[in-house]
Design a protein around this ligand. Structure first.
Ligand code: KG4
Ligand code: ZN
Length: 320
């Protein structure tokens, strides 16, 4: 079964072709980063308009590059939510119209299910059941996964998502957009131990998380440094280091708790923030100690892409 995947929930237009026998055949991504960078964040209306411009040419180009005619498609998968409503509407309209014209099924995919299943596109795939840490710009969730479509939410953030906290930290320190990778890169130059940030909610039972207090702590630390006449690059780097370490350790503590609670020793980490070096290092450390297994998507499939939507849609169509 050959499925066309369309992702347009935020600031990336992602198109992919997934074949349930041959695997991933094509994957094209157009990022709107430059368009939004001048505003310091995603401007929803501009995102929608840009998706409209890019969707059709990208679909045609992806099919042409793969040497596949649109008549060979068996189904179309598109991100139906969550995301920016206008941006979602563009992908949905194109996907459903094309499917109608070709007389093939169209299937809406939950964006976070796409992220969750992204590691399945790798050569070595996790076996079920496993714990999934889903960390993106809008969500932070710990999920028990017993199979495709069998998800149990164990815990989530009560306020800001981990990625959102990275982005707001970047904005505060004027590191530009997109924030996560910039904070992480600057953290590499930071001195660990100069600042110690709290690990939110680790003293409370359960698997819920909160990152809004950490954001405020970061803000207060920076404003205090500035008021003392220190707004140097080094201080910014030290703050990034302390912030990143706090997020990485907090997530790792919660994952350890989830594994213990569910009696599992296999973890999958996905979503944009799963590209983060420190989070991967801390989780690898934990899983090495536990002699467990860790799975991540390749770096380009951590952030938004069409391949994960094509894969998730193909599984749903296969299952009828
Ligand atoms: O999954 P994604 O592409 O979009 C959403 O579904 O939200 O995730 C984007 C988020 C942004 O908040 C971005 O700053 C963050 O992932 N991100 C990172 C890194 N790469 C992307 N955060 C920390 N470290 C990174 N290396
Ligand atoms: Zn995403």
């Amino acid at each position: 079964m050959l499925v066309l995947g369309i992702e347009s929930s935020c600031d990336e237009t992602g198109i992919a072709l997934y074949d349930t026998e041959k695997g991933l055949i094509a994957d094209t991504l157009y990022t709107q980063v430059e368009l939004h960078a001048q505003y310091g964040g995603v401007v929803p209306e501009l995102a929608s308009r840009d998706h409209i411009r890019k969707l059709t040419p990208l679909i045609l180009q992806t099919l042409e590059d793969a040497g596949i005619s649109k008549d060979a498609l068996d189904g179309i998968a598109y991100t139906s939510g969550p995301g920016l409503i206008g941006a979602l509407l563009t992908g949905t309209s194109v996907a459903r119209s094309l499917a109608y014209a070709l007389d093939i099924p169209a299937v809406g995919v939950h964006h976070m299910e796409g992220h969750l299943l992204a590691p399945m596109l790798e050569e070595i795939q996790p076996e079920f059941p496993f714990i999934c840490l889903l960390v993106s710009g809008g969500h932070t969730m710990i999920i028990r996964v017993d199979g495709i479509g069998q998800y149990k939410l164990l815990g989530e953030t009560l306020d800001d998502a981990a990625g959102e906290a990275f982005d707001k930290t970047a904005k505060l320190l004027e590191l530009g957009y997109p924030g996560g990778p910039n904070v992480s890169n600057l953290a590499l130059k930071g001195e660990s131990g100069r600042y110690i940030f709290p690990r939110p909610m680790i003293d409370r039972p359960g698997l819920d998380m909160s990152f809004s207090g950490l954001k405020t702590f970061t803000r207060n630390t920076w404003l205090k440094a500035v008021s003392e006449g220190d707004s140097s690059e080094q201080t910014k780097a030290d703050i990034c280091r302390a912030f990143e370490l706090s997020v990485a350790e907090t997530l790792t503590i919660k994952c350890k708790r989830a594994l213990e609670q569910e009696g599992l020793n296999r973890i999958v980490v996905a979503g944009g923030v799963s590209a983060n070096r420190e989070i991967r290092a801390k989780l690898d450390q934990l899983m090495k100690k536990r002699r467990g297994e860790t799975f991540y998507p390749r770096l380009e499939f951590c952030t938004d892409n069409g391949a994960m939507i094509a894969y998730a849609g193909a599984q749903r169509l296969l299952a009828g």
